[in-house]
Design a protein around this ligand. Structure first.
Ligand code: GDP
Ligand code: IMO
Ligand code: MG
Length: 428
């Protein structure tokens, strides 16, 4: 049995797409199990850049089984566009399968996402406006429409009629929006999507469990990150799913005894898109320098990402919540050329030092990060192919990061390319 769950250990965009693509070389199957097209996973293969939102990052190999589990919310228009784009680039999607239990995003989810953000004004979450929150809310309220319903015209008509009626009332009455959803138009559009997607729908739980039982290597590709988790993140500035390791089980339909390893992907610094607290955020020129050097602009929305120092309190929190076996540390190359590097080891609250990530955002707002400083290195490390070739200060930085996070580092990224990956420990 060989299964790895890969999750984001920070606020998303840690480089999960790149690390998934790298580990997928050895995998037979890659599975997405939560989130939707709020995710933007970049994979660079030679001089080609792929930006994946819904399709697992293993798709680029052509022969790997790529599954979208029941825990994902699917915008069929985005999925089909992504499939078509891959097709145009010569990448086959024949091995893609979609769970019939996955919920579908409709235009009213996007309208309500946007209307709710506008209504909130200054207290907005800064969502991706992809309808993710409203789609998960419908799922929890038991009025969602699943892939299996999309394929059944009678079910679709009945459920969609109800949904459109309620959502139009919400748009008009609650959000005072002039926008209205046209039932007939949506029905026609989604009936078309159903026809195209039907052949890809298959029981993902059965496929995953069979693969595991046959000894195949299965990689679960998380979206978002631990601090965007609905329960464990910086609520309410979170997404509406659970981007933690346990969700691989609920979101793909398998039991916790089937998971071997959990890998947390973390940048050598930290970024966040959207609103919400961020203790180590750099508001100065250094923050801008890291943003420029690291090309820290959202893959999905293009928004500039907020940048800050690596936070070991967050790393230890992610290790605990996810039961991390290893860390994959990305973007070490971005820190080249800095004289001094800092890692946050705790937060100061008046005379007290806090070492556990807090639940209260109000308290967090008053925390001052406590840093340990380390000497930087000047060399360009993007061509390094073995950990031992890194400048001594870069190796030491990783060693300190590992000690302070209390998780062994298995992978270090020194560039976006598949080959710019240093392996300290084989994972499959
Ligand atoms: P994801 O959402 O976690 O998959 O991450 P994104 O793709 O949104 O953002 C990560 C960005 O960093 C992408 O542009 C990657 O190509 C890039 N990247 C990943 N690993 C590395 C690395 O080790 N070094 C550099 N310079 N870029 C990296
Ligand atoms: P990947 O998989 C970074 C953030 C949004 C917003 C909050 C809620 O690429 O790491 P939502 O649209 O989910 O309701 O927005 O979550 N967010 C992400 N930030 N990476 C992501 O995905 C994200 N997906 C959502 O910016 O703050
Ligand atoms: Mg991303």
């Amino acid at each position: 049995m060989s299964t790895i769950v890969l999750i984001g250990a920070q606020w998303g965009d840690e480089g999960k797409g790149k690390v998934t693509d790298f580990l997928a070389q050895q995998a037979d199957m890659v599975v997405r199990y939560q989130g939707g097209n709020n995710a933007g996973h970049t994979v660079v293969v030679d001089d080609r850049v792929f930006k994946l939102h819904l399709i697992p990052s293993g798709i680029l190999y052509g022969q790997k089984q790529c599954l979208i589990g029941n825990g994902v919310v699917i915008d069929p228009a985005v999925l089909l566009e992504e499939m078509d784009n891959l097709d145009k680039q010569g990448v086959s999607t024949n091995h893609l399968r979609i769970s019939p239990r996955a919920h579908v995003i409709f235009p009213y989810h996007k309208s309500i996402d946007q209307a709710e953000e506008e209504y909130k004004g200054n207290s907005k979450i800064g969502t991706t406006n992809r309808g993710i929150g409203p789609a998960y809310a419908d799922k929890a309220s038991r009025v969602g429409i699943r892939m299996v319903d999309l394929l059944d015209q009678e079910e679709l008509e009945e459920k969609l009629r109800y949904a459109v009626e309620i959502k139009n009332k919400m748009l008009a009455g609650v959000y005072e929006s002039t926008e209205r959803i046209d039932y007939g138009q949506v029905l026609e559009e989604y009936t078309g999507y159903a026809k195209r997607l039907e052949k890809y729908v298959a029981d993902v739980s059965v496929l995953v469990n069979e693969a595991i039982d046959q000894g195949q290597k299965v990689l679960f590709e998380g979206a978002q990150g631990t601090l965007l988790d609905l329960d464990h993140g910086t609520y309410p500035y979170v997404t509406s799913s659970h981007p933690i390791a346990a969700t691989a089980c609920t979101g793909a339909g398998l039991g916790p005894t089937k998971i071997n390893k959990v890998v947390g992907v973390a940048k050598a610094y930290i970024t966040r898109v959207g609103e919400g607290p961020f203790p180590t955020e750099l508001h100065d020129d250094l923050g801008s320098l890291i943003r420029e050097r690291g090309h820290e602009f959202g893959t999905t929305t293009g928004r500039p990402r907020r940048c800050g120092w690596y936070d070991a309190v967050i790393a230890r929190y992610a290790a605990r919540i996810n039961g991390l076996s290893y860390l994959a540390v990305t973007k070490l190359d971005v820190l080249s050329g800095l004289d001094t590097l800092k890692i946050c080891v705790g937060y100061r609250d008046n005379d007290e030092i806090i070492t556990e990530f807090p639940a209260s955002l109000k308290k967090m707002a008053n925390y001052e990060p406590v840093y340990k400083e380390f000497p930087g290195w000047q060399e360009d490390i993007s061509g390094v192919t073995d950990f031992s070739q890194l400048p001594p200060n870069a190796r030491d930085y990783i060693k300190h990061l590992e000690e302070l996070s209390r998780v062994p580092v298995a992978i270090v990224g020194v560039g976006p390319g598949r080959k710019q990956t240093l392996v300290l420990k084989e994972l499959f």
